[in-house]
Design a protein around this ligand. Structure first.
Ligand code: EPU
Length: 337
């Protein structure tokens, strides 16, 4: 079914809790009906905004263009072998509800991504990642709807061109693609992933947790570090962790011996943006109704009533200060609309 709303309030539809409206807001769980509407040209698709739960977005007021929100939440087991299971999930499903379901079935692969805010449909777009893994590792394919040609099509994992917080869905040529379903390949005899040090250290040495225990641990670690959007509006990491050459990192280590670095690709390392921002003195700082979360400098928080402009201007100041101190341009992870 398709529901079309006019002048729809978006405050509840973005995790920053920003006041905004959509002149046209469409919600649907029926791809055939949606495709028919597209074929009949009844939807203005000149500037579509595909919105999940709005957990990675800064919304300006009002949103120009049509907002489309998928509400299909069906989980279907497509194939099962001795070792693995292929599962299709509707884009409108809450991500953590889906992870909870996979863990309850003892299907392994997504447990380290517990409690990430957002929808299943948004997961492949920015290739959500945390605690030593990322969605791309388990995504087998993605079913999308192309609004320009009014057709449904499928992309393999390779065609999704996944990278660090990146995918084909972020490219300009994919502007009219709406993620409709995601197909995941999960393990029936799960191998746990304890590669993220604080997660490993959560358990006694030599202890081998199962995926239920991993999920519980990730939920505890996440909740201790990151603000709950229901309490303080935020969009998780505001910036990506920058990737620099191993050579540049080596030079930085001479001045800052404690700088944490993580292997990225051969010859490059990732530097935690949170460390760069904290070292520039921003952590915990508050400007009116916006601020930098005191426990994680990568997160910008709306303390209530903040505007998109206030958030963006604080983010710009942070970028400038990190550039001046370290010569590194922080790239925003959130999408500004
Ligand atoms: N750090 C600081 N100061 C801070 C924050 C971090 O010095 O204020 C240092 C920590 O001490 C640690 C390092 O930075 O040495 C890494 O910190 P953390 O493990 O908290 O992870 P992160 O790199 O800051 C990334 C993801 C998070 C994800 C965590 C855990 C990005 C942009 N962010 O953060 O993802 O939860 O790893 O895996 O890659 C998100 O994308 O919204 C998100 C929260």
């Amino acid at each position: 079914m398709i529901k079309i709303h006019q002048n729809y309030p978006l405050k509840q539809s973005n995790s920053f809790g920003l006041e905004s409206t959509a002149s046209i807001y469409i919600e649907t769980d029926d791809s055939s009906e949606l495709i028919n509407e597209l074929k009949n040209n009844t939807i203005d698709i000149s500037n579509p905004l595909f919105l999940g739960t709005g957990s990675n977005i800064v919304l300006s007021t009002p949103v120009v263009g049509t907002v489309i929100h998928a509400t299909n939440k069906e989980i279907t087991v497509l194939e099962e072998s001795r070792d693995s299971v292929l599962i299709k999930c509707g884009a409108g499903m809450d991500w953590d509800e889906f992870v909870k379901w996979t863990v309850s079935k003892n299907y392994g692969g997504l447990e380290n991504l517990s409690l990430i805010p957002g929808s299943v449909g948004a997961a492949p777009i920015q290739n959500i990642g945390a605690y030593g893994t990322e969605a791309a590792i388990c995504v087998e394919s993605v079913v999308a709807i192309d609004f320009a040609s009014a057709r449904k099509f499928s992309l393999t994992r390779e065609e999704c061109h996944f990278g660090y917080r990146d995918s084909q869905f972020k490219r300009p040529e994919s502007k009219y693609w709406m993620v409709w379903e995601v197909i995941f390949l999960l393990e029936k005899d799960p191998r746990v992933n304890l590669s993220y040090k604080p997660l490993k250290e959560f358990f006694p040495p030599e202890y081998r947790p199962d995926i239920r225990e991993i999920r519980e641990a990730v939920i505890k670690i996440r909740s201790s570090k990151l603000p709950d959007p229901a309490v303080f509006g935020n969009a998780g990491s505001f910036f990506k962790n920058p990737v620099v050459s191993a050579c540049q990192a080596g030079l930085m280590k001479e001045k800052y011996p404690d700088i944490p670095t993580y292997y990225h690709n051969p010859g490059t390392v990732k530097i935690p943006a949170g460390w760069l921002i904290e070292t520039c003195g921003w952590k915990g700082l508050r400007r009116g109704q916006v601020g930098i979360y005191p426990k994680q400098a990568l997160v910008i928080v709306n303390y209530g009533g903040a505007t998109a402009d206030e958030i963006i201007s604080l983010a710009n100041e942070i970028q400038e200060s990190v550039k001046t101190e370290f010569g590194i341009k922080l790239e925003m992870e959130v999408r500004i609309v």
